[in-house]
Design a protein around this ligand. Structure first.
Ligand SMILES: *Cc1c(COP(=O)(O)O)cnc(C)c1O
Length: 347
């Protein structure tokens, strides 16, 4: 059985969290002389002289309702990147513990591991970009704290088989993180409703992709109330700024807007796939459940360089394991995608 108490770092377990002025008095009305703020409302459309809600109550309630979870199962971070770091800082002892990643995948898991002095065991995906479950299970030792899964995976674009994820969730006595940054573009269901079945499951989502709010930095983690409670203890008190909280609430109000953008991006992805498929340059377009395509081309690196010269910037993945000669192309607007195809025809 998974026992969270055995997994949390001792110093975090013992931690007495910082208690901010806004934690100690939660009322909305009154004369606020408690937080050493400037009492004058600064000149702008909205006043920003007061500290934001450290618990992001309104926003968490709205997100919880949308995801059919409890607000206590929701953590909000300064991008998913903060949530990724939170996993390391809460559960992995520097210089002692290790985590498993499945390359090719998102680079932040390893960067955060390195910063936190946590060893990374890399178990490459199979050639069709699925999990080598046997190899992952064989790599687990008593210091393995986390398995990082990205689905749909970046940079490959495919969804990871549900049965493989479930196998790891049930056979690993540690945390399994599923990074669902691209889930809105995928036909598959999110794992969010499985939180109650697996106490070792953490799901990451973000406002940076489908929601179109990358500049505002808002990431989400969903997990058991116990795990979320730990993250809330460890996080900076005011980690989500006021503007971000307001803008995210507004975006959640206009859900249809996000859904329409996703529809359009999927239409554009299909168009791009078809047009790319007509080019002699293109060797393979990897099937994508995300808002980008991983495309293998003859001399992928040179294609990337030639596109840069035409001021079209894609992501060169040609040096990445299992992505030889591949370029990752984000789906743009109709005219951006047309410009890309036109440029590729001239190469
Ligand atoms: C883009 C991306 C994110 C988003 O990170 P934020 O910090 O929320 O902007 C997370 N995970 C993956 C795999 C991504 O590709």
């Amino acid at each position: 059985m998974f026992d969270l108490n055995l997994f949390i770092r001792q110093n975090i377990k013992n931690l007495k969290p910082y208690s901010s002025a806004r934690d100690e008095y939660e009322g909305k009305d009154g004369i606020f002389l408690d937080a050493n703020e400037n009492p004058y409302e600064t000149a702008s459309k909205q006043p920003y002289n007061r500290y934001p809600d450290p618990k992001q109550k309104a926003l968490k309630e709205k997100i919880a309702r949308l995801k059919r979870l409890e607000p206590e199962q929701v953590f909000l971070g300064n991008g998913s990147d903060e949530a990724i770091d939170m996993v390391f800082r809460s559960f992995c002892n520097p210089g002692a513990d290790n985590v498993i990643t499945l390359p090719p995948t998102y680079g932040m898991y390893k960067v955060c591991a390195d910063i936190n002095d946590v060893t990374v065991k890399e178990i490459p995906l199979t050639p069709n970009y699925q999990i080598n479950v046997e190899a992952v299970l064989a790599a687990i030792d008593k210091h393995t704290k986390v398995i990082w899964i990205c689905s749909p995976n970046n940079p490959t674009g495919n969804t990871i088989y549900t049965k493989d994820i479930v196998q790891l969730l049930t056979n690993f006595n540690g945390l399994v993180v599923i990074d669902e940054a691209y889930i809105d573009f995928a036909p598959d269901k999110s794992f969010t409703q499985k939180i109650k079945d697996y106490p070792n499951l953490i799901i990451l989502q973000t406002f940076s992709k489908a929601w179109g709010m990358a500049a505002l930095r808002l990431g989400m983690a969903f997990a058991s109330t116990e795990i979320i409670g730990i993250f809330n203890k460890v996080k900076y008190p005011y980690n989500i700024n006021q503007v971000t909280q307001e803008m995210a609430l507004e975006a959640l109000h206009n859900l249809l807007n996000k859904e329409m953008m996703v529809e359009e991006i999927l239409t554009q992805r299909a168009w791009l796939e078809e047009e790319l498929g007509k080019l002699n340059l293109v060797i393979k377009i990897h099937p994508s459940d995300a808002n980008f395509l991983l495309v293998k081309m003859h001399h992928g690196h040179e294609v990337y360089e030639k596109l840069v010269a035409k001021k079209i910037i894609t992501r060169d993945r040609s040096m990445v394991t299992l992505c030889e000669d591949c370029v990752r192309i984000t789906v743009g607007t109709a005219s951006e995608n047309q410009a890309l195809i036109k440029a590729l025809r001239q190469i």
